[in-house]
Ligand binder design. Structure first.
Ligand code: MF3
Ligand code: CO
Length: 249
């Protein structure tokens, strides 16, 4: 069942979503060559304490940190570590979630470390654009497949592939609610979108093939061909007035 939220609940989700985005923006400022992903995790721990928010990821199915930090060919769920020092030209996906007043916020961005190649920049631009185009489809009367198909078509049109094994999700009083939101599918198919539905849409786009592997740490997903991958995530509410992106500040 897809849970529809009241406008009061949507405001709570907006508070959570904006807080995530605020902290992601602050992390982004610290990303530069020489910084470890564990430095970024420590910053998040401190910041969430100051803000009075509970981290959503730590302890979720045993995940050990508040932040997911995935470098280059890592797709998602990279575990922060002092064994990896960021270097010029890397791309870094930052995914973070909070619980505030019982409601979840969840968002992700992929950022450049120093100066990156034109090819890497194009992957970031296309992945973010695929998300923006998909969010536009979160409208009354559309179907879930319109969101999925939009990500897939835009990514593939640009020569990339979309990951099949991980998907977006409904979000509310739980981080993962129904429905699952694949980044591939068919326009005009799937459940009708209704007022009050809130989705976390999160394209994972690979520069090479779609296949991914999970490393021995049982978390880090990497591209099978070792090519770059990017990930962006926003929360969007379906409203009478169109898509309301709750993670925009
Ligand atoms: N944004 C991801 C998701 O929506 C991250 C959660 S995985 C966790 O599923 F284990 F790190 F919590
Ligand atoms: Co998510």
């Amino acid at each position: 069942m897809i849970i529809c939220k009241s406008s009061a609940e949507i405001e709570k989700l907006r508070r959570s979503g904006r807080m995530v985005r605020q902290v992601l923006g602050e992390i982004r400022e610290q990303v530069r060559p020489g910084v470890t992903t564990l430095d970024l995790e420590k910053f998040v721990v401190k910041r969430l304490k100051e803000l009075g928010a509970v981290p959503a990821f730590k302890g979720y199915r045993g995940y050990p940190c508040c932040l997911c930090a995935s470098v280059n060919d890592e797709v998602i769920h990279g575990i922060p570590s002092d064994r990896y020092t960021l270097k010029e030209g890397d791309i870094l996906s930052l995914d973070m979630g909070v619980v505030l007043d019982g409601y979840y916020g969840d968002s992700a961005i992929t950022v450049p470390v120093g100066t990156i190649s034109e090819a890497a920049q194009r992957l970031l631009t296309v992945t973010e654009k695929s998300l923006d185009l998909a969010l536009e489809k979160a409208r009354l009367g559309n179907r879930l497949g319109d969101i999925s198909a939009t990500v897939q078509q835009y990514a593939e049109k640009n020569g990339y592939s979309v990951v099949r094994e991980f998907v977006g999700h409904g979000i509310g009083k739980a981080m993962h609610e129904e429905p699952q939101i694949p980044n591939f599918g068919h326009a005009g198919h799937g459940p009708l979108l209704k007022e009050g539905m809130v989705f976390a849409v999160e394209p994972m786009v690979n520069a090479g093939g779609a296949a991914v592997l999970v490393l021995d740490d049982n978390w880090t997903a990497v591209t099978a061909d070792g090519k770059l991958s990017a990930h962006f995530e926003h929360m969007v509410a379906v409203t009478k007035n169109g898509p309301d992106v709750l993670t925009r500040i």
